[in-house]
Design a protein around this ligand. Structure first.
Ligand SMILES: O=P(O)(O)OC[C@H]1O[C@@H](O)[C@@H](O)[C@@H](O)[C@@H]1O
Length: 368
């Protein structure tokens, strides 16, 4: 698997090297926002408001589905009048009970961790909201419990359907008056995604294409990816996961201010010294900072100081700024840029961005 940047501008390779159609799936982000909104409204997600606000919201989901909970929490923001947590495992915490809302998200509707949590939620008398494939085991659990279910038309990998899986959660948050989000906002987000998709389209060449440029930055490095606000950190985490799953590439996720108390120390370590790996410069760190227009003033100082620190030590840096007014718009533009970059990185290494054979093998081994 060698890195060949020329592959990014070879239209034939971008088609043949992507047999699962990850690039077209990524380009469908705007359509997914619109369909996710319509499906949530048609499924009467607003019924959640009938019993009043829950004490807490627990979102259960794995991989490309679980990120929906992180996006929801970041959109509602720090002023949230209730805790919103994302759970990525088999068991609901002991404190979750009948006054809480559990949202189970699964693109396939058939992920064992998520199904286990949905079943526990029903047993404990929690309000349940399900989001996932139509006709799935998750839908059966929700229907049996007379819970609201949003049957989103997911096709392919959940990570390529992130907006179909996320928008119903934002509609739920709006119904519970946790954040203002109406049809006009979702249309604005869709338009912003269309604009980013146009700039990152395969036919646009590397020197003007932000998705390809980011892939060029990331190639042959070990990316350390930080966010400088809650919203930017969700996009940073998503980018790290997309690099893992699309490009089969390692990445280290961090969040300011915490990363300034531990990961920053790696700027002085062996991975930051390019020449100790003279034969394999691929091991060198690259700091990628995703920033938001809304940052705590101390985080702005930390971000700027960390970038200076990295540059002074010869650690290459990439800084990306979120665009948009609403936090959902800002996260969406950064996430889509990262989705493109991770797919282009895969294609530059001639790696199939859709296949995840190690994940499938692991699932098969634990099901035996
Ligand atoms: O998203 P669902 O279908 O619940 O699956 C959960 C996750 O499983 C993983 O093994 C991967 O396949 C992820 O892309 C996926 O998101």
């Amino acid at each position: 698997m060698t890195w060949e940047p020329g592959r990014l501008d070879d239209q034939r390779h971008l088609g043949d090297g992507d047999p699962g159609g990850m690039l077209p799936a990524v380009a469908a982000a705007a359509a997914h926002v619109r369909t996710g909104y319509r499906t949530a409204v048609e499924s009467r997600v607003d019924r959640l408001a009938e019993t009043g606000r829950p004490r807490a919201i627990v979102v259960a989901g794995m991989g490309g589905s679980g990120i929906a909970g992180d996006i929801m929490a970041a959109v509602v923001g720090n002023g949230a009048p209730l805790p919103i947590i994302t759970m990525r495992s088999y068991q609901l915490p002991g404190w979750v009970g009948a006054t809480d809302l559990v949202i189970a998200v699964s693109g396939s509707g058939d992920t064992e961790e998520t199904l286990a949590v949905a079943t526990q939620a029903v047993r404990r008398g929690c309000t349940l909201l399900g989001v996932g494939a139509p006709g799935s085991p998750l839908e059966a659990i929700a229907t049996q419990a007379s819970a609201v279910y949003v049957p989103v038309p997911v096709s392919g990998q959940s990570r390529a359907n992130v907006w179909l899986l996320t928008v119903p959660l934002i509609v739920a948050a709006a119904a519970l008056r946790l954040v203002p989000a109406d049809a006009e906002l979702f249309e604005r987000v869709a338009t912003a995604l269309e604009d980013m998709a146009h700039r990152c389209r395969p036919a646009s060449e590397s020197f003007v294409n932000p998705g390809k440029s980011l892939a060029l930055d990331l190639a042959e490095s070990l990316p350390v990816i930080w966010g400088s606000s809650a919203a930017a950190s969700v996009a940073a985490y998503r980018l790290a996961c997309q690099l893992n799953t699309n490009a089969k590439y390692p990445a280290i996720f961090g969040e300011l201010p915490e990363a300034g108390h531990d990961q920053v120390a790696t700027f002085d370590g062996p991975m930051a010294e390019r020449d100790i790996f003279a034969d394999a410069p691929a091991h060198a760190l690259r700091l990628v900072v995703l920033r938001d227009v809304e940052e705590h003033p101390q985080l702005t100082r930390q971000r700027e100081a960390s970038l200076r620190l990295a540059r002074e030590r010869g650690v290459p840096v990439t800084e990306l700024t979120a665009e948009g007014v609403h936090p959902l718009e800002r996260m969406a533009s950064l996430i889509l840029l990262g989705d493109y970059a991770s797919t282009y990185l895969a294609l530059g290494y001639a790696v199939d961005p859709s296949s995840v054979s190690a994940i499938s093998e692991l699932k098969a081994r634990i099901s035996q």
